[in-house]
Design a protein around this ligand. Sequence first.
Ligand code: ADP
Ligand code: SF4
Length: 698
Amino acid sequence: MARDPRHDVLFEPLHIGPKVLRNRFYQVPHCTGFGVQKPGAQARYRATKAEGGWAAVCTEYCAVSPDSDETPFISARLWDDDDLCALALMCEEVHSHGALAGVELHHSGAHCPRREYRLPAVAPSQLASEYLLVTPKAMELDDIRHVQDNWAAAARRAREAGFDIVYVYGAHSYLPMQFLSPFYNHRTDSYGGSFENRARFWLELLEVTREAVDGECAVVSRIAVDALGPYGVELDEGLAFVRAADHLVDLWDVNVGSAQEWSKDSGASRFFRQGHQLEWTGRVREATAKPIVGVSRLTDPDQMAEIVRSGVWDVIGAARPSIADPFLPTKIEEGRLDEIRECIGCNICIPKSDPGGNIGCTQNATAGEEFRRGWHPERFEPAANRERDVLVVGAGPAGMECAIVLGKRGFRRVHLVDAEAEIGGIMRWIPRLPGRGEWARVLNWRRIQLDKLPNVEVITGSRLDAEGVLTYGAEIVVVATGAFWSPTGLDRETHEPVEGADSSLPHVLTPEQIMVEGKVPPGERVVVYDGDGYFMAPDLAEKLAAEGFRVDFVTSFHDVAPFCYETLEDAFLRRRLHDVGVAMHKSVILERIAPGIAAGRDEYDEPFELEADAAVLVTQRVSDDALYHELRLDEERLETERIEAVYRIGDCVAPQLIADAIFDGHRLAREIDEPNPAVPLPYRRERIVLAQTAGAGA
Ligand code: ADP
Ligand code: SF4
C-alpha cells in the first residue's frame, strides 16, 4: 500500500542547525528506567523506534553532574566518560537505522532527590521544593559557574558519544526554568529580579552548550511555555524567553506544565483530549521562525499533517504514541493506518519507567523487552510447533493478544473462543466508564489484527466447559478466562469478606453487575467502597453521581485512588468527584453492610457509619480459574484426548493491570515452542559482574 498524499508533508526533510531530520516524526525525551545502568536496553529500545521510522530519538532526562542525582528515579547521566560509553551504544544503534540521536541534558535543581549523592541540592534561592522533601542551597556565583562547567563538559561528552542533538532542558520546572520563574527565583543579584536577569542563567547555558558542541550538534531547548499553574512561567514570559534565546537554539521543543503538575503535560485520556497542548504551544510560532516540535498524544496522521501544513509546528513530537507503536511513522508512510497501535492515554508507562526500572505499555507488550527478551514489535519467528492446533479460551486482553501472536508465529489453526457475543473481556465495558472511551483502542486494534489473520478463527457466544475443551480437538490449550470483582467484598485490609456483603442481594453490587448486567442500586444513597486504589471505584462513583445518586466514596486507603497518583490522574479524579457532589471518606475499613446502613471503623478505630441504600464493592478481583484447574486435574484424560499442554494467562492466573495481562498472553505465545512454556525464559540482565577471585569465600 502507498502513502496517502495528504500525509506527504510529514515526510519532508528538515534542517535543524547542522543536522537534517529525515521526516517530521520525532521521539521527544521520555523516561524508560534504563538510563546508563542498562545501556543495552537503552540502545535497543531507542533503535527500534529509529528502525520504525522516527527521524530522531532522544534519551530521557540526562543529569549533567552528581548534584543532579535523581535516585531513586532512574535518569540517564553524562557525569563521566563511563556514562559516555554507555550512551555511545545508543548512538551507534540509532545511527544504523538512519535516525538522529538526541540527549536531554538536565539538572533538576531544587527538585533533586539525591538519595545516592546525599549532599545539598542547589537552586536559585533557598525555597523548598513543592513536591519533594528538599530544601536546596541558594546558589553562589561559584555554584552557577560550576553547573555551567558541568553542563559544558556533559555536552562535550555527548558530542563525543555521537549524539546529533544536545538539549538544554528547561521544561518541567527544572533548573533553567527555576531561574526564569519568579516562583523559584527570589534572587536580588544579576540572576534575579527583572526578566533579563532571570533569563541570564538559561541563556548562558545555551551559550556554553553551543560552544561545547562546536557546530557539530543541533542545540535544542525544551521549554514549558506555560506552566498552567504557579510552578514556572505563563505564556507571555514563555514566549519572551523564546524570543530572547532564539539565536542560540536550532529547534524549540515546546510543552506545558511543570514537575509538580506534569499531569497537565502527559495528560491522561481520562481528562485530556489529543492535541490539548496546542492552545498554548501553538502560539510559539509568534515568537520564532526556527523549527518547533510539540507533543500532545497525537496518533492521527490527518491531524499531524494539518498541524505541519498550518505551520504551527514543523515536527510532530511523541513520547507515548512512540511507545505504543514504535513503527508509527513507517505505517503512515506505507499507508497501513489500520495497523497503528494507538496509545490509549492510560499512563501506565509512567510507573513502569523511571520509578519502575523497566518501561512497559498497555498497548505494546514488546516495549522495554527489545534487548532483554529480544522481542521486536513487528517481527515474529515461526514457531517450531506451529503444526499444532491451539485453542485459546477467553477473548479478553490476554487471550486476544496471545491469539494474535500465535497467529503471527504461523500456527496452523488458532481458535479464540469466548462465551460472550463480543470479544474483548473487560474491555467490552471499561471504555464505557466516564472518560475511558479511548481505552477501546485496546480491543479495536486487536479486533482488526485478528480479522487479518487467516489462521486465527474467532468464535463468540460459546461457553466451553471442561468436556468441551477436552473434546475440542486442539493439542494446546490456553485458558484466559479472566477474573471477576469479589461479590463479598473480600478486602486487602482484612483478607475477609465484608459482613452482609453478598452481590446476589439487591442492595449489594459489583462493577460488572452495574456495567454489564445493568443492575441498578435501589434507593438514592449509594456507598462506593474502594479497596482497590485504581480507577474503577472513582469512575463508578462519578457515573452513579451523574445518574442522580447521592454517592459516598469510602476508601480504606489514606488517599482517594492512590495508584492514580502514578498515572497522573489522581488530582483530576478528586476534583471531578468533588465537583459532581461525591462525599469522600478516607482511611475507613468497611465491616458491615445492611439495607440502609454501611458501617466500619476509621484509622483511629472510631466507629464509622453512613446511611446507605446500596453498596458498590470495589475491593479485589478473584481469578476465574475453575476451568483451568478442572482441566489440569485429570492428566490421563488429557493424554487420551492428545492434549499436550494446558496453560493459563492473564487475570485467570492473578488479577493484574491490563498491560500485564496483555504482556502475559504475549509472553506465552512468544515462548510456546520452548521446552517448558509455562515458566518464562530468563531475560538478559545488565549488571556489574565481579570477576571471580581465587580463594574467594575461603
Ligand atoms: P484477561 O484480562 O485475563 O484477558 P478478561 O476477564 O478480560 O481477562 O477476559 C476473560 C474472557 O474470558 C471474557 O470475555 C469471558 O467471557 C471469557 N470466558 C470466561 N470463561 C469462559 C469459558 N468457559 N468459555 C469461553 N469463554 C470464557
Ligand atoms: Fe499510551 Fe498507555 Fe502505552 Fe503509555 S502505557 S504509551 S499511555 S497506551
